[in-house]
Design a protein around this ligand. Structure first.
Ligand SMILES: NS(=O)(=O)c1ccc(NC(=O)CN2C(=O)C=CC2=O)cc1
Ligand SMILES: [Zn+2]
Length: 261
């Protein structure tokens, strides 16, 4: 009994106190993308992204990451095409990063970590009445993943970085009224896509992942700015917000498709 109890404890991730693997989960995320095992699909369409920067609402620290939320009451900020049957509405975007530049991304490519990864979260407002319902459905969400690599200063990201000191603590929020996240997405159209899940609770298997092949470049100061955020609320013992990525999950019976040869 002791050994099984220990094993069970090992299955709890310190950050989320939630099971690392969902019992019965067959399409969990993140995964390692083995480039040579991905299958080119000539029927994949180009992904069309059209965001209205005035739908931006606020930026806040939710205790896992920092996220920028959008007004998703209309179809003003949407993506369509790619592997998607419908158009999907932008709900929020957030990041995952490491304590040092050697790791931080959730997905890996040929087992290589990037220092950080951006997730733009969209939901199928054609098929479902609310985001909360879409989160529970197999085709409910579409998340664009963009890798961040250490390099040149990123002008568009700097607008976000300048707002971070004001949301240092968990559950702090500031208004953020105009921002177009298109500037954070590489112009290269190439992507991988696979059926997966949310990488934080509720870990539901509702995500069509669209992972951009090309990373964006950000500089050291910008990555350090992410690392000065805190998991903890004001007044609690400070815990730096770093390593907020979920461990890799088994590919199981899935194929990663590529939009490029
Ligand atoms: N890391 S990920 O897989 O892209 C990932 C993406 C999304 C969520 N959760 C949510 O969006 C929860 N949420 C709501 O229900 C309403 C606003 C909001 O943020 C969790 C994980
Ligand atoms: Zn994420």
């Amino acid at each position: 009994a002791a050994c099984t109890r220990k094993n069970r404890n090992d299955a709890l991730h310190p950050l989320w106190q939630s099971p690392l693997t969902i019992p019965g989960g067959t399409r969990q995320s993140p995964i390692n993308i083995q480039w040579r095992d991905s299958v080119y699909d000539p029927f994949l369409k180009p992904l069309k992204i059209s965001y209205d920067p005035t739908t931006c609402l606020h930026i806040w620290n939710n205790g896992y990451s920092f996220l920028v939320e959008f007004d998703d009451s209309t179809d003003k900020s949407i993506i369509i095409g790619g592997p998607l049957e419908n158009q999907y509405r932008l709900k929020q975007f957030h990041f995952h990063w490491g304590a040092i530049n050697e790791w931080g991304s959730e997905h890996t490519v040929d087992s290589k970590f990037y220092p950080a990864e951006l997730h733009l979260v969209h939901w199928n407002a054609i098929a479902y009445p609310t985001f909360e319902e879409a989160v529970m459905e197999g085709n409910g969400l579409a998340v664009i993943g963009v890798f961040l690599k250490l390099g040149a200063h990123h002008e568009g990201l700097q607008t976000l970085v300048d707002a971070l000191p004001a949301i240092k603590h968990k559950d702090t929020v500031i208004e953020f009224d105009v921002f177009d996240p298109t500037c954070l997405i590489p112009s290269c159209p190439d992507y991988w896509t696979y059926a997966g899940s949310l990488t934080t609770p509720p870990l539901t298997e509702s995500v069509t992942w669209i992972i951009k092949k090309k990373p964006i470049e950000v500089d050291e100061n910008q990555l350090e700015a992410f690392r000065m955020l805190l998991f903890t609320s004001d007044g609690e013992e400070e815990k730096r917000m770093v390593d907020n990525f979920r461990p890799l999950q088994p590919l199981m019976n899935r194929t990663v498709r590529s939009s490029f040869q």
